[in-house]
Ligand binder design. Structure first.
Ligand code: OKP
Ligand code: ZN
Length: 396
């Protein structure tokens, strides 16, 4: 199995985050990725490949342009205002201003007048701390995911037998929405690949491809390509991260061409989404399934039973996805320092998750793109990822 990875992803390394009222060491550390990469390097079934560079185009198919400019420049502006270099975090949040009384464009303009205003406008918690290279790592993480989508498309077009691939992404993405950074996430990698697969033909992808090399000035001036695909591919997103992927849900909430399914600890971060009542809106009604699980009582068997049921549920099967995107968080494991289901104690459960993703009626025979999300038991992450992917290593 190919694994797309870039060293640039390690460059985002904030010191601290504010969590549960306490200033704590940043949990989403580069060590997470180093640990998974070490595991991958020890196992010859995996082949590590470099990303290409597809420009800002595919990122801008999901995220607002003013938000992407914010991601690129906020750290420099923050420091230029004389604020502490190691604590680029929100101070106020714009929600109270967004009650519909003030024109949202006026709120946006006011917020954009200061670095703190921007932080409050474009973030919604205290886990998205910016450092000098946050954008560099975020851009790399997105290019890793897009490169994996391109390679998967190549495997589909050439009828290669291994139609699954692993995008070793960091920072993660599923809490980030069109114009919001949250939960360690800045760009929603799973959403970006979903739109990339839908909007780009294989020829578009080949045209966009150039060697990856981060150059901020060049990126700022980038002329980006856009896709020309006409038939809308259907993408099933299966989010097995412990946390609800509020960003991914939000991005596709009105969309019947993307089916979002999430199993997550509930109630827990992000605390205001993830209920089973959230089923989509407009055209998207019925294309969003949340399975909230009690972290105290969910066991290996309960988790697998829920995953099996939803992946064999009629509406998901009838959707007939062209590609499955798995938001692969590894933080359901009972030992996870910030998450974890108490009763998820058997490593075999992760092998069975992979096996369900391979064999269930909704995914069977379909190409699968694994996108790395959370997971914080640093030493265990390789084993957990390897277990999920094990069944997919030699298939199709
Ligand atoms: C990102 B991903 C818990 C604090 C939680 C943010 C969690 C973001 C998780 N006490 N802070 O989905 O793994
Ligand atoms: Zn998570």
């Amino acid at each position: 199995m190919q694994v797309v990875y870039s060293d640039d992803e390690l460059l985002h390394n904030p010191l601290n985050e504010m969590t549960g009222g306490e200033w704590k060491p940043y949990v989403e550390s580069p060590k997470r990725l180093v640990s998974i990469k070490n595991f991958i390097d020890r196992h010859p079934e995996f082949e590590v490949v470099d990303p290409n560079d597809y420009s800002l185009g595919p990122i801008l198919d999901v995220h607002r342009q003013d938000y992407v400019c914010f991601l690129q420049s906020i750290y420099e502006e923050w420091v230029a205002e004389g604020k502490p270099a190691e604590a680029c975090l929100g101070e106020t949040f714009s929600l109270p201003a967004m009650t519909g009384k003030i024109d949202p464009e006026v709120v946006r303009k006011t917020a954009n007048k200061s670095a703190s205003g921007k932080m409050g406008y474009y973030t919604c918690d205290l886990s998205v701390c910016f450092v000098k290279n946050t954008w560099r790592a975020t851009y790399a993480s997105a290019q890793v995911a897009i490169s994996a989508a391109h390679r998967l498309t190549e495997a589909i077009v050439t009828k290669d037998k291994s139609q699954s691939i692993y995008a070793l992404c960091r920072p993660p993405g599923h809490h980030s929405s069109h114009q919001m950074a949250a939960g360690y996430c800045f760009v929603n990698n799973a959403a970006v690949v979903t739109r990339f697969l839908q909007n780009y033909t294989f020829e578009d992808m080949n045209k966009a491809k150039k060697p990856y090399g981060f150059d901020l000035e060049a990126i700022r001036k980038q002329e980006f390509s856009t896709g020309t695909a006409t038939e809308n591919k259907k993408i099933l997103i299966v989010d097995i991260d412990y946390h609800h992927g509020n960003g991914t849900q939000d991005i596709f909430y009105d969309d019947s061409s993307v089916f979002y399914v999430s199993l997550h600890g509930f109630p827990d971060y992000p605390y205001f989404t993830g209920s089973a009542e959230e089923t989509g809106r407009g055209e998207g009604i019925g294309y969003n399934i949340n399975i909230p699980l009690d972290p105290k009582t969910t066991t290996d068997a309960i988790y697998l039973d829920n995953l099996e049921r939803v992946l064999n549920q009629q509406s998901v099967v009838d959707f007939e996805a062209d590609v499955v995107v798995v938001s692969m968080g590894l933080d359901t494991w009972h030992e996870d320092p910030i998450a974890g289901m108490k009763g998820l104690v058997d490593m075999n459960t992760y092998r069975k998750m992979g096996s369900l993703i391979k064999t269930s009626a909704s995914c069977n025979g379909r190409p699968v793109l694994f996108v790395q999300e959370g997971g914080y038991t640093i030493e265990k992450l390789g084993d957990l990822a390897g277990s999920v992917l094990q069944v997919l290593l030699f298939l199709f």
